[in-house]
Design a protein around this ligand. Structure first.
Ligand code: ZN
Length: 59
């Protein structure tokens, strides 16, 4: 099962960053992933993100 890397676009500075979360596709599709906190490594802003905001990258 391929793991997906979950990335986000920071709502504060607009840069993409790797959340370091790794899930297989099934877990991602089934999971709710509601309101998770992530800290942007560029601007340091800590914000909540919803599942729909994650960018998934096959690795
Ligand atoms: Zn940022």
């Amino acid at each position: 099962m391929a793991k997906l890397a979950l990335w986000l676009v920071c709502r504060s500075c607009g840069r993409e960053f790797d959340t370091r979360l790794r899930l297989d596709r099934k877990s991602f599709e089934r999971g709710t992933l509601a309101a998770n906190y992530h800290t942007c490594p560029y601007c340091g802003e800590r914000l909540t993100y919803k599942k729909a905001e994650y960018l998934t990258r096959e690795r």
